[in-house]
Design a protein around this ligand. Structure first.
Ligand SMILES: [Zn+2]
Ligand SMILES: [Zn+2]
Length: 180
């Protein structure tokens, strides 16, 4: 009977405060990352989110969360660069630790699309949305309305020697800019 539970998609972690909205798409090409410019309410809701997951609201975690809220699908290196103006002493290793901790708690979602060299992170929303990636420039777009198959609803419930607990969907394509 415990098996049924194990086969279900892992439920989204409960939150007391909703994370900031993640923009649905982003421009291609080199990221022009402005400063962090976190407002006080942003800071407060990010701190509350961290504490709701049993984490201390350290400056590094709050900054990384705030950065990803406005710059989704960024690597640890990009996050490090993005928060550097605000936290110049935060090391890249610390950012790696932060994104790993936050991903483990379900606050961040870690994605590793095929046309990206590094794992990318975004603030997790209630339902894991699929992505579409341009295979030429790597531009990654959220597909909020595309139904992401849940683990328990896929035809393949289990693989030999493995219990399926999740599904990650990334559609591959060519963006309009690269196609022209
Ligand atoms: Zn492209
Ligand atoms: Zn996304």
């Amino acid at each position: 009977m415990g098996q049924h539970v194990a086969l279900r998609a892992r439920p989204a972690p409960r939150r007391t405060a909703r994370g900031p909205r993640v923009p649905r798409a982003e421009p291609a090409g080199p990221h022009r990352d402005g400063g962090l410019a976190l407002t006080a309410p942003d800071r407060e809701s990010n701190s509350a989110l961290l504490r709701a997951h049993g984490l201390r609201a350290t400056a590094g975690r709050v900054a990384a969360l705030g950065y990803l809220a406005t710059h989704p699908h960024r690597s640890a290196t990009e996050i490090h660069r993005g928060v550097a103006p605000e936290l110049p002493t935060l090391t890249l290793q610390s950012v790696h630790n932060i994104v790993q901790d936050l991903a483990e708690r379900g606050i961040l979602r870690r994605i590793h699309p095929p046309a990206s060299n590094a794992a990318l992170y975004e603030v997790a929303d209630e339902h894991a949305h699929p992505h579409a990636q341009c295979v030429r420039c790597g531009r990654l777009v959220d597909l909020p309305d595309a139904p992401a198959p849940a683990a328990g609803t896929t035809p393949m419930q289990s693989a030999p020697g493995m219990t399926i607990i999740g599904v990650v969907v990334t559609y591959l394509g060519v963006c309009a800019e690269c196609a022209s």
